[in-house]
Ligand binder design. Structure first.
Ligand code: KG4
Ligand code: ZN
Length: 360
């Protein structure tokens, strides 16, 4: 079954005349534990970005429970979409496209956003655009930095991914390295869980580490000495957990702060080392950070120092655009839309969708 896409006649006519016109795209994101809808104008201007986080619900379990996440997405998706339209001051009739995350992520969670987007596309005849969640994280950088030029190297660090990606041009990606086990955010979350600090662990460790000595312990820096751009974070995570098991009577004034500062130092060190290597291999002048861990203060500060030394321009999104949100999906959708990408109503959810591989 397909549907009649009302590519606005007046838009097509204006484009044919070479005129500049506004494109309004709605983004929908439900790949994990945030239900989000956003409206953006011309790929850059965020008119609304409504994010309903389920963190408080999943906190009790120390991580995201997929079935609970899906149920909450069902309850929240319609009010979140309505709120996004209201805050943006637009109606469905104003939308030129609906961009929706169709992978990677939790399949049950993805399906809720996807069903909502497909229903709206069908009911209102709005073109549908499928967006890869990781592509969304990368494009958060374009929202914050309209003049961003490609090619670039992007370090994507989230709860589920740690990847170095070479972006040759819009929609053209080369995976240069990725984690062989845990993602960086996952390591932060697991260490925080072992220390009973709460969920998600990244922001808590980030704050605590500011008070500690990062040289107090020397934890492993996975694959740092090997000639690969791949990462491994299970070693540093296990080293922290072993240290905790072997030192039941932890004391000293700042043992906790020192421990998390040393852990964070090991993770950040290797993230920076491999990204710099990728910059040198590709000889790019532009580097980006993306994903939840991109809001880590140590990563930002130290990466800024390193890239300045190399004369390379570093950009990263504001913290709210680093973690999951629909504005970044709408932004990636806008660029796909401009390249003529349209999905059919057969668009499905792909939990392991790879970057640069379209499944529609
Ligand atoms: O991108 P995101 O919202 O969701 C995924 O797609 O995974 O990333 C969430 C991850 C969590 O693991 C969280 O602990 C981590 O990002 N995170 C941080 C910080 N803020 C969020 N990690 C380190 N430092 C932070 N400031
Ligand atoms: Zn994400």
């Amino acid at each position: 079954m397909d549907y009649v896409k009302k590519e606005k006649i007046e838009n097509l006519a204006a484009l044919a005349r070479g005129e500049k016109i506004d494109f309004i795209i709605m983004g929908i994101e439900t790949s994990c534990d945030e239900t989000s809808a956003a409206v953006i104008k011309n790929g850059r201007e965020v008119l609304s970005n409504v994010i309903s986080s389920q963190i408080d619900i999943h906190k009790k379990f120390g991580g995201v429970v997929p079935e609970i996440a899906s149920r909450h997405h069902v309850e929240l998706i319609n009010p979140v979409i309505e709120q996004a339209l209201k805050e943006a001051g637009v109606s469905f009739a104003n939308l030129d496209g609906i961009a929706v995350t169709y992978g990677p992520g939790l399949v049950g969670a993805l399906l809720i956003g996807l069903s909502a987007a497909k229903s709206l596309a069908y009911a209102y005849g709005i073109p549908l655009i499928g967006v890869n969640h990781m592509e969304g994280h990368i494009y958060a950088n374009f929202l914050a930095n309209p003049e961003l030029l490609l090619p670039a190297v992007c370090l994507v660090v989230s709860g589920g991914h740690t990847e170095i990606i070479y972006i040759e041009g819009h929609g053209r990606y080369e995976l240069m390295g990725s984690t062989r086990d845990d993602a960086a955010g996952e390591a932060f979350d697991k260490v925080a869980r072992a220390l009973q600090l709460g969920y998600p662990g990244g922001p808590i460790i980030d704050q605590l580490a500011k008070l500690g000595n990062s040289g107090a312990h020397h934890f492993p820096k996975g694959l740092a000495k090997e000639d690969t751009l791949d990462f491994s974070f299970s070693g540093v995570k296990s080293a922290v957990l072993n240290y905790l098991n072997q030192n039941k009577q932890l004391n000293g004034e700042k043992w906790l702060e020192d421990l998390v500062a040393s852990f964070q130092h090991s993770v950040v060190d290797v993230l920076i080392q491999k990204t710099i290597k990728a910059i040198q291999i590709k000889k790019v002048k532009q580097v980006m950070l993306a994903g939840g861990v991109a809001s880590n203060s140590q990563l930002r500060t130290r990466m800024l120092e390193k890239t300045k030394e190399l004369g390379v321009d570093l950009v990263y999104p504001s913290p709210i655009l680093c973690t999951d949100n629909a504005a970044m999906i709408a932004c990636a959708g806008y660029y796909n839309f401009q390249r003529g990408k349209r999905a059919s109503l057969y668009l499905n959810a792909f939990p392991n969708l790879e970057l640069g591989i379209e499944k529609y």
